[in-house]
Design a protein around this ligand. Structure first.
Ligand code: UDP
Ligand code: MG
Length: 320
């Protein structure tokens, strides 16, 4: 029978080979300091560098490491899910591989958890090395999502958090493919706490969140938790329709009074405005339909290509 580790650390990573050995050493130092038994689950999200080889190397040193390798790059949120689904510990701690979630904060997470919380979230109070633009768009995004959605998401929250077994099992029971972890966790309830931390710069490498990935994760966050955009486009459409009727009456009266001036500008404005709004509404509907489509196919969320862990020690191909 396997011993259940007290802490499962879950780390999704994409092309982070240089960060891994340093991160591993610092993590172990912190976990030993806490005097807790642990496992560290590295999820290689289809890296193109030698990240998985590096994980295998670390595993030879320390059998408390679990290495999962996804069959391709599925994205941070899915890699996180894969890791969480393999947890065995009493609590899990999910964090990034680039030191922007400093291992030292794990002690604070654990202390807060000991006060009797099921979930301990974190909030970045400052992030070194990110541009003004990223800060302001991030802030606007959280404002927008909280305006649109019924479940509240803390601004500047991050996917650096602790969850106990009960909350983790609840999280695993989510069936959806569209996975915006922050939103799902906030929606779950339980006893939740937040602690603040200052995020340093990346240790090495560049951000793996391209603008495209960020935009798509952001859109997932909104569409997964709110149907208000659909309603807003409906109401705006209604408003424009009513305004159109009033304007039509005005135009008819004017033409009876013989004031039929050629109104190219106003016609163009109306066409552009209504045309633009129609396309926008169609786009919003399209986004929701695309998500219904992707959920309705019920495809597996990810595939595992390789797995290394204590019991087997060798590499077993397995799908999930
Ligand atoms: N990541 C991943 N798959 C991806 C993109 C990122 O597993 O497709 C990992 C990445 O290696 C890191 C974490 O997700 O451990 C956060 O990514 P990153 O640091 O690049 O994002 P940022 O901190 O710049 O928002
Ligand atoms: Mg980062």
């Amino acid at each position: 029978m396997l011993n259940i580790p007290q802490i499962s650390v879950i780390i999704p990573l994409y092309n982070e080979e240089q960060n891994l050995p340093v991160l591993y050493r610092e993590l172990v130092a912190v976990l030993k300091d806490l005097n807790k038994s642990y496992e560290i689950i590295f999820v290689d999200d289809g890296s193109r560098d030698n990240s998985f080889e590096t994980i295998k190397g670390l595993f030879r040193e320390d059998e408390n490491i679990v290495g999962l390798s996804l069959s391709r790059n599925f994205g941070h949120q899915v890699a996180l899910t894969a890791g969480i689904e393999h947890f065995r510990g009493e609590v899990i701690i999910m964090m990034d591989a680039d030191f922007q979630h400093p291992p030292g904060i794990i002690k604070d997470l654990y202390n807060k958890y000991s006060e009797g919380y099921d979930i301990v979230n974190t909030r970045r109070i400052n992030t070194r090395g990110i541009g003004f633009l990223k800060k302001i768009t991030s802030w606007m995004y959280y404002k927008l999502i909280n305006l649109l959605s019924d479940s509240k998401i803390e601004p500047f929250s991050s996917d650096f958090r602790l969850m106990n077994r009960k909350a983790t099992e609840a999280f695993i029971s989510f069936q959806e493919r569209n996975r915006f972890t922050r939103g799902l966790v906030s929606w779950m309830g339980f006893r939740q706490a937040v602690i603040d931390f200052e995020a340093p710069r990346r240790y090495t490498g560049r951000t793996k969140y391209t603008f495209r990935k960020m935009f798509s994760t952001g859109l997932d966050g909104i569409t997964a938790f709110s149907s208000k955009p659909l309603r807003i486009s409906f109401y705006t459409g209604l408003l424009i329709f009513l305004a159109g009727i009033i304007y039509a009456v005005f135009v008819v009266i004017n033409s009876f009074r013989g004031m039929n001036i050629p109104g190219w500008t106003s016609t163009m404005l109306v066409i552009l405005f209504i045309g633009g709004f129609q396309l926008l509404s169609l786009g919003i509907i399209g986004e929701y339909i695309a998500r219904i489509f992707s959920e309705s196919k019920s495809r597996p969320i990810y595939f595992l290509k390789d797995k290394i862990e204590k019991e087997r020690k060798n590499i077993a191909s397995q799908s999930n």
